[in-house]
Design a protein around this ligand. Structure first.
Ligand code: 4GN
Length: 255
């Protein structure tokens, strides 16, 4: 997969792609990230990529022409590449988007700076607009890097033989279960006994229930779209019932 990135700060992409799993994947040629300086497509003595907003107001806006010339140049080599924009107004970037976009041959990321984009960049050039969360950053580079990381985990060979992209919890729409390693006791805190029992059926059931419990307590909205068996649903109902009982009896130690 080829990721083309349009940015005023191409240097931001160097070190994250030299380390660890992505570093190895790049070396193996499983993915390529080409960070292009948007200023290479700017014009005039000052090679400006921003300008003041029509109608007035604070801050600067990304000009459309340099972005349009850059996208056109990149599409010369990979016409089919989807063009992605990262802003706080985009649709929430999900695990399912990462999986879907991993099937593309190439992707073009437009990374903005300043206070926003000329709206015609969206209208004329962008295929999909994403947000990686409800917060504002100084630029789109870190969101692009986040998306490249999440997408790359789905590229063949990037994760080891385990293929653990598929077994990761978010894939079935639930949070992960608690994990433990040695020692069996730490700071007076013991590892749950079932994990030491060697009973793999019991362990699998405990882990599933912990996933459901944790998701119910921390991200209940995920349960509406998660892939759940009848057994899962029965467990959730049981927990909910227990919690209403505890609350009614004045128990202060709920969750
Ligand atoms: C994306 C971009 C946050 C996100 C960004 C996000 C740069 N901040 N939540 N900042 O995914 C206006 C023009 C803000 C560029 C943009």
């Amino acid at each position: 997969m080829i990721f083309d990135v349009l940015t005023l700060f191409p240097g931001m992409f160097a070190s994250p792609l030299q380390e660890s799993i992505l570093g190895r994947a790049v070396k193996q040629g499983l993915l390529q990230v080409r960070a292009h300086n948007l200023r290479d497509w700017a014009e005039g003595k000052h090679l400006t990529t921003d300008d003041t907003p029509y109608g007035g107001g604070d801050g600067m806006v990304m000009k459309p022409e340099p972005v349009a010339r850059a996208v056109a140049a990149l599409k010369q080599s990979s016409a089919a590449a989807k063009v992605l924009l990262m802003t706080p107004q985009g649709k929430p970037f999900k695990q399912s988007d990462a999986e879907r976009l991993a099937d593309e041959e190439g992707l073009i990321f437009i990374c903005g700076r300043y206070e926003g984009f000329d709206e015609r960049i969206r209208q004329a050039l962008v295929d999909e607009e994403f947000s990686i969360g409800d917060f504002v950053l100084t630029g789109g580079e870190l969101p692009a890097m986040v998306m490249i990381d999440a997408i790359s985990r789905y590229l063949p060979g990037v994760l080891g033989s385990s293929g653990s992209a598929l077994s990761d919890s978010f894939v079935d729409g639930l949070l992960e279960y608690p994990q433990y390693t040695r020692p069996a006791e730490f700071n007076g805190l013991a590892v749950p006994e079932v994990l030491l029992s060697g009973d793999h059926g019991k362990i699998a059931q405990w882990r599933r229930e912990q996933q459901l419990l944790r998701t119910l307590l921390r991200r209940p909205e995920l349960l509406e779209t998660a892939f759940l068996s009848e057994e899962d649903r029965a467990y959730i109902e049981k927990i909910k019932y227990q919690r209403t009982q505890q609350k009614a009896s004045g128990d202060t130690d709920v969750d």
